[in-house]
Design a protein around this ligand. Sequence first.
Ligand SMILES: [Fe+2]
Length: 257
Amino acid sequence: MSKYVAKKPDKNGYVKFTEEENQIWKILYARQFDVIQNRACDEFISGLKTLNMPVDRVPQCEEISEVLRATTGWSVKPVNAIIPLEEFYSLLANKQFPAATFIRLREDLDYLQEPDIFHEFFGHCPMLTNQAYANFIQWYGENALVTDKKTQSILGRLFWFTIEFGLLKTTDGLRIYGGGILSSYQETLYALESAAPKRLEFDLATVLKTPYRYDQIQNAYFLLNNLDELFHLKYKPILTVVDEIMGGSEGNDFNVC
Ligand SMILES: [Fe+2]
């Protein structure tokens, strides 16, 4: 259950945000824009520039969709604060990224468990201008949609350790591409600079066997060599791989972000 309720778009798809909500966006955007410099990967920085989001008010879904359609053919879809997994997978399979149309309260500025519109727009949408990333999410949705709950739960780990909390090795050092990190001030610093978490080479079998917690900062991150590695996963018979390596594992309760 969430204490937040998504705002309903009007018949033209317009969502009205209050002055306080626009102020919260402004604070979050400014703070996050500053901290991601030299920490986010080049693809994210480039996507952020391409999106050219307003900095002083919450953007409308259609503003973001216009750019995504022109770059990778994706769009964002306004949804409720919490949606069923089947709806989530189905949207991804159809190149629609769900965006819950509410923004966190000032008291939750630093952390909230459920994904709000700042997380979706700022954390994920810049990367959705990247074709390898966009293809991977679509492929993920298509596969998750046609399998059973246990396998979905295990596949959730792949989503978690890439799309939400993935790190990238670059010639300039580690950079972030995961939206769960890039929409969090604290975790943007922690993921790269703290000595506490493990930073492991990306290995599909290891990722699928690694449980995670969605209610606390991560204790492990997986490193890709480049974003095309996500694209190449597309050619693996993922559900067969999950079957082979997981045996009797119970997976993770997958919290949609
Ligand atoms: Fe997310």
